[in-house]
Design a protein. Structure first.
Length: 231
């Protein structure tokens, strides 16, 4: 699965070039992050669905919490005990937590790679995983909006698929990585593209390398976390 990921710095111009976002915000782009964990808020790319927003129907970037909270959730977040930071693509349509989001609310999650823990010489070791010749890319995701104590909360999940041959030695699952040619199809709920997107994780371009154990602590940050370590 995918329980941690990282993102290098990405400029507004890069986002705009990739997705034709309606406008480049006046604010600074999101800072790089090298130890993103569930419950943290990070930027996602989505279609604005708020009828009261002047950007309704536009492709926007906005913050969302990692760990989807379905729109029908009525209890305090502290009472949510089930895990929703990943969703198996082949099962999402049958899961109450993801069914509506799969049908109506797709998103793209900017990332530069993710971490996976695998056994090596009897010990669990972390590995960083990325795409060769790609400084950043997008995971396929679903998002939803719920009202908690009178305020809206946007949240998301990362869709996963069976690991490709390169990554199977680490884990049997991997996040779905969306090819550039399918960005808008995915966001605009093009059903004909869904099966293509679900099978679109690049095969030859994925690679991985061992990193230090400090990434296991969510309080640790910085680009040093993705530096290659000696096994």
């Amino acid at each position: 699965m995918c329980g941690r990921f990282f993102r290098h710095d990405v400029s507004w111009e890069e986002y705009h070039s990739a997705l034709s976002i309606l406008s480049v915000p006046d604010s600074e782009p999101p800072e790089p992050a090298y130890n993103i964990a569930p419950t943290q808020s990070v930027p996602i790319i989505r279609i604005e669905t708020d009828h009261d927003s002047p950007e309704e129907g536009a492709t926007i970037i906005s913050p969302a919490m990692w760990g989807l909270v379905p729109h029908w959730w009525k209890k305090p977040l502290s009472e949510k005990k089930f895990s929703t930071f990943n969703a198996k693509s082949e099962e999402a349509a049958d899961k109450a937590s993801f069914r509506a989001a799969l049908k109506y609310r797709h998103c793209l999650i900017p990332a530069s790679g993710y971490y996976e823990w695998s056994s090596h010489k009897g010990k669990k070791r972390p590995y960083a995983i990325g795409l060769q010749n790609h400084r950043w890319f997008f995971f396929a995701g679903l998002w939803d909006r719920v009202w908690i104590d009178g305020s809206p909360l946007d949240s998301f999940t990362i869709l996963t698929t069976a690991a490709n041959d390169t990554l199977a030695p680490l884990h049997k699952r991997m996040p779905i990585i969306v090819g550039r040619e399918h960005y808008q199809d995915w966001l605009n709920l093009n059903r004909e593209a869904d099966e293509i997107v679900f099978a679109a994780s690049p095969m030859a371009n994925t690679h991985y390398w061992p990193v230090g154990a400090s990434v296991g602590n969510v309080r640790n940050h910085g680009a040093q976390l993705i530096e290659e370590a000696t096994l």
